[in-house]
Design a binder for this molecule. Structure first.
Ligand code: FAD
Length: 388
């Protein structure tokens, strides 16, 4: 039985599982080997309402909430970590930012086509020389009489080179460090925007990742989200939502690795018995079980807290719970993939079996949306602040 799921949540989970197993799984191995991103899969996800969970109906959403979104994300990531990414690009990043900080015009213009996947989204913080220390970013936005001019380079951006719209962070007053950062909603087909794919990465081959160069890109006055200088606050708000989605993907991968390893251990016979009869294999499986169960519960708790905030039932800050879930799930995914590799023996090392794919994909969770070190810093800072 699932922990505290309502009937509706159970139905959503089944629907997402069916979709992932029937629409993604049959081609995923081949597509990953060919580095093929299928826009039509994202469109089908949109048709099922997958990207409408956090938006009200007036913008085309279904308002099911963050918990429902994490349940769906987890099921999709279990079959394909690559197709877990669009949840962040279509929903948790741009939509959450516009719903909290955007104008009514911005919401009406951008949220419906992101929910329907008519437009593909991205969010751009990272730069070639700037990762964890986002306040050092070099991209600038200069105010002119009729808009803003953006210059700079963003690196490792998910959804590039296929993005149509993005939340782009840039310095509007570098002297002020993080208080001089601003957020812009940018049409990624604007003159001066160049998107280039990073072809050779370890995993997530069906999920495009790339570099964006902004050369004298003119955006209108109303492209700014919030006020000049709000960018850092907006980025932190957004990361609390995108990290949750990342944690859900990681917990899904941890669960999938456990399921595959358990099945293999029951089938593989060595020394005359299925290897699951060997105590050391039982120890590995028991630890994988505990880790992925703990990860899932932390993700569901963090999602539930975000829903309470969304529905204004609490003003509690979610950051501690989100970073805890993100850190734990990322480590659980890598642990589970590593243990599954060992249980599969040589076959784990073979590209004929899915374990090596999960092993490669799982590593991304320790880096994206803030590294494991950065999550531990956020968690520890919470305790330090409590002592003051
Ligand atoms: C597949 C993929 C998709 C991505 N998608 C996006 C995206 O859509 N948008 C986006 O903006 N970015 C994206 N990123 C970038 C990602 O968020 C950054 O890579 C991440 O924030 C880390 O930055 P960095 O790689 O520059 O590492 P660095 O910040 O250079 O860190 C290097 C190492 O130093 C450690 N470190 C740094 N500072 C400290 C400290 N103070 N204390 C202790 N240790 C520290 C880190 O933990 C890490 O181990 C993506 C990355 C990947 C791999």
């Amino acid at each position: 039985m699932d922990f505290a799921f309502t009937e509706e949540e159970r139905m959503v989970q089944e629907m997402a599982r069916d979709f992932a197993q029937n629409e993604i799984a049959p081609t995923v191995e081949k597509d990953e080997k060919e580095h093929l991103f299928r826009r039509e899969i994202v469109k089908k996800m949109a048709e099922l309402g997958f990207f409408g969970c956090i938006a009200p109906e007036e913008y085309g959403g279904n308002n099911m909430g963050y918990l429902a979104a994490t349940i769906i994300t987890m099921e999709v990531a279990k079959e394909s970590p690559s197709y877990g990414l669009p949840f962040n690009l279509q929903m948790n990043s741009i939509q959450s930012v516009l719903l909290e900080f955007g104008t009514e015009e911005q919401r009406k213009k951008w949220i419906p086509p992101l929910i329907s996947a008519e437009l593909l989204g991205c969010f751009a913080l990272t730069e070639p020389d700037v990762g964890s220390d986002v306040a050092s970013m070099k991209t600038t936005a200069k105010e002119v009489s009729d808009g803003w001019i953006i210059n700079g380079t963003k690196m490792w951006i998910s959804g590039i080179p296929v993005a149509d719209v993005g939340i782009v962070f840039a310095m509007t007053d570098r002297e002020k460090r993080h208080r001089g950062m601003s957020a812009f909603i940018v049409d990624m087909h604007s003159p001066g925007v160049t998107q280039r794919a990073i072809e050779d990465k370890l995993g997530l081959h069906c999920a495009p990742t790339g570099e964006i160069v902004f050369e004298e890109v003119k955006v209108p006055k109303d492209a700014i989200v919030g006020k000049p200088g709000d960018g850092f606050k907006i980025a932190m708000y957004m990361l609390d939502r995108t990290r949750l989605s990342c944690a859900a993907r990681a917990a899904g991968v941890a669960e999938k690795c456990f399921e595959l390893a358990k099945q293999y251990a029951n089938e593989r016979v060595q020394f005359g018995v299925p290897i699951i009869q060997h105590q050391m294999i039982q120890d590995q499986l028991a630890r994988m079980w505990c880790e992925h169960e703990a990860a899932k519960l932390l993700v569901f708790k963090a999602a539930w807290i975000l829903d309470q905030i969304r529905l204004k039932r609490t003003s509690e800050r979610p950051t501690l719970h989100i970073s805890t879930a993100k850190y734990y799930s990322a480590e659980a995914a890598v642990f589970a993939a590593n243990e599954a590799m060992k249980i599969y023996g040589s076959y784990g090392y073979s590209a004929e079996y899915p374990i090596e794919r999960y092993y490669r994909d799982a590593k991304s969770y320790q880096t994206v949306e803030g590294t494991s070190n950065i999550q531990k810093i956020i968690i520890a800072r919470h305790f330090i602040e409590q002592q003051k």
